[in-house]
Design a protein around this ligand. Sequence first.
Ligand code: SF4
Length: 490
Amino acid sequence: MTDSADGPTLRVSVAGAADRDSLDAVRDRAERTAVVETGSTGAPSGPYAYVTVDGRTALYAAVTDSTLERLVDACEEGSLPTAEAEAVTDGDGPPRPTEGPLSVGTRRVLEGCGWHAPTASPDPVAPEVRADPERAFETVEEIGLLGRGRADAAADEPLAESWGRIRETDGDPVLVVNAADADPEAHADRLLCASAAGRLYDAADAVAAVVGAEDVIVLAPAEDPLVVERLEAAGEWHVVAAEDDFRLGEPTMALERLEGNDRIEARRRPPGPEEWGLYGRPTAVHTPRTLLQAAEFWRNPEAFDADTADPGTRLVSVGGDVAAPTTIELPTDVPLSRALSAVDSPANARFAVGGRFGGLTRSLDVPVAAPALSAAGLGTEGVVEVLGPDRCIVASVGERAAFAREENCGRCVPCREGSKQLHEALRAVYDGEFDAGEIRELSRVMATTSLCTFGETAARPVRTALEDFEGEFRAHADGRCPAGACGGMQ
Ligand code: SF4
């Protein structure tokens, strides 16, 4: 399916019911203008609109109903109003402004977001991959493409290894698209589902061909009906809407949810989902980010460098204490600090890198590549949470420890008991008892002996905070909050 049109075209990003009402009003006004509903670009200042007239395209940010009326009237007259445009191009594709979030990084996976209709799949890769899945597998093996996101069973590991195990396992393979990660600051996968569901379907179709899967199942966030609607409209796959649950970001717990189990627990590995997955079938569990990165590689292999440890690009969502969260795409060899160009970040900010259980740091001077982030003790979830100077680091890690204590599945002792002890050790700081050695040892045990990534990463916030902010813990033990913001831990 494509969304091309020959005459004047007005593309409007729709992120909710109100935006759709605005779009419908414009459609009623248009006679010769093609009005295309698109998804978000990933940038704030929405809704965005693109107007194309006679091969020239202009981009408009934060459009109101009256702006849309003016734009469609101009389209009807065959003119392109450029005075209020953010950017204009004579070429194909969406123009990029020279400043603001849309100017930051590279836009390959994100390029169609806000430009193509969400269910469109221009330039599909699946037909070519289906024609020679063996070659498609070999090229991914040669380039060393890694999985993306904690909800992916091959997170930060070579996709070809995961696919190879599936191909070698007897059974009826299935592909699960895990789009239900409920980390509050991780927006990339939902953005891709909402804005590029058609391209995602094509990418999943291609990967299904490589692993020999006949079925594709999507685990989608139920609380976002627009995402579910667009996924269902994108193709012939089975979309399962799941309630908001951080644990579904653990691939085997996502499988438990799909099997309808009341009590969601992580599964022991080995065997991994590749050998024993959904109902015992060989199962590929991938995030939308992974699937679209693989599709982008097959579409444009010369843009990927096999000599890097993490070929391709990474999507990074920047949120927290910023005016408006945004999601951008960065090459893996640039410093993560580049992401701050997309937002208004407060001075003297600190950062949680990698989502709820990410690492806390003062510096983003580390490459975006997953191996570099891991080596720095940070998370690879593609999330930078900005913590302003009036945020208390000790309270922040305490909240994350409390979440781990409440939300772990309870299956293994290191995580279940460790998260309790961790929370207690942090609360004791407020009573003047700070034992950095005890906290570090607890963190080490949880990281090395927990059954799944939930427990492996749950103590990362406090462990990394002790590296960069130990003085703040000591200050709290002395009854003082350096940020002047701390009301204590719950
Ligand atoms: S690490 Fe935590 S979430 Fe994972 S199985 Fe153990 S108790 Fe459950």
